[in-house]
Each structure stands twice: as structure tokens, then as C-alpha cells.
Design a protein around this ligand. Sequence first.
Ligand code: ADP
Length: 164
Amino acid sequence: MKVAVYAGSFDPITKGHQDVIKRASKLCDKLIVAVLNNKNKKYWFSLEERKELTEKVLEDIPNIEVLDFSGLLVTFMEKNGAELVIRGLRAVSDYEYELALAYGNQEIADGEIETIFIPASKEYLYLSSSVVREVATYDGKLEKFLDEKIISQVRERAKLLNRE
Ligand code: ADP
């Protein structure tokens, strides 16, 4: 069984992430969407909330499992029997970082894992969770960026944070 991992912060999950996930899910038997928990990072949504939002928008894709992870991706993969890493590639600026990450993972795993890059679809080339948070903060339209199932939750969070 080919198990792949797609890891990220998903704060919140965007249509760009969803696009990569849909396409990647066809390349493997199981795709683990790994929600990163970095204790030193400040998120808009807690780990539980990010997992819940992610599960909500992916509920129609059958071979997906949403898990949380921290630490080394390679260790997480070994534990979960995964051999493929999926990464989305947007503009050129993603490339250098992603390449370093791919080489790093390959070195640590002694060549036991492979990275697959999925090019972002044209309409999501410049979409990131931080763009979404910025637009939400100023009450802009989110329909093009986010699944309709989670828009109100993101708006609510923006309002709450604006009040603080
Ligand atoms: P973001 O950059 O949106 O905060 P993450 O850092 O959690 O997202 O990234 C997780 C993975 O998703 C990375 O491989 C990243 O390149 C990819 N990704 C993020 N947004 C997009 C997008 N719009 N299209 C394709 N891939 C994307």
C-alpha cells in the first residue's frame, strides 16, 4: 500500500491546499494530511480547530486521514508507514525552500522516502493561508480562497481577533 503525507499548518486550509490534496489523493492508496503543531508558532486556530476545519472540507475524499504531527517529518512517516511526501509548489520563491526540505528529508531517511511536487493550479498560484488571514482581517471576499463550509468560522475568528 502506497501511503503519502501532505504536511502543513493549514491555518486555515485553503482552496490551494485542497486542490493539491485532491490531485495527490489519486496518486496513492492513502493520503495522510498532517497538521503541524509547532509550539513556538502563534496560530489563528488551535491544533484541534485546524484539524476540524481540514476534516470538514475533505470529508468527500475517501482515502484521506487527518492527523496531527510535530517533530521530524521523517519520524512521523516511519511511524505511519508512509514513503511519499507531497508538496505543493507555487511561485519560484517556494522552490529553493522546498528543494532544501526534500534533500534534507532524503538524507535523514537514507533514501527511503521520495518527494513529489505538485504544481499549484493557476488560480491558486499566489494563494496562501496568510493571504486568507489578511483578507479576512479586513472583511474581504473569501469565496475564491476558501471552501464555503468554513468561511463563516474564519470570519468569526477574524472578528474576534480584531476586537483583541
Ligand atoms: P501556507 O503557505 O498556505 O501557510 P503551508 O505552509 O501549511 O501553507 O504549506 C503546506 C504545503 O502546501 C506546502 O507544500 C505549500 O507549498 C503548499 N501550498 C500552500 N498553498 C498552496 C497553493 N495555493 N497551491 C499549491 N500548494 C500550496
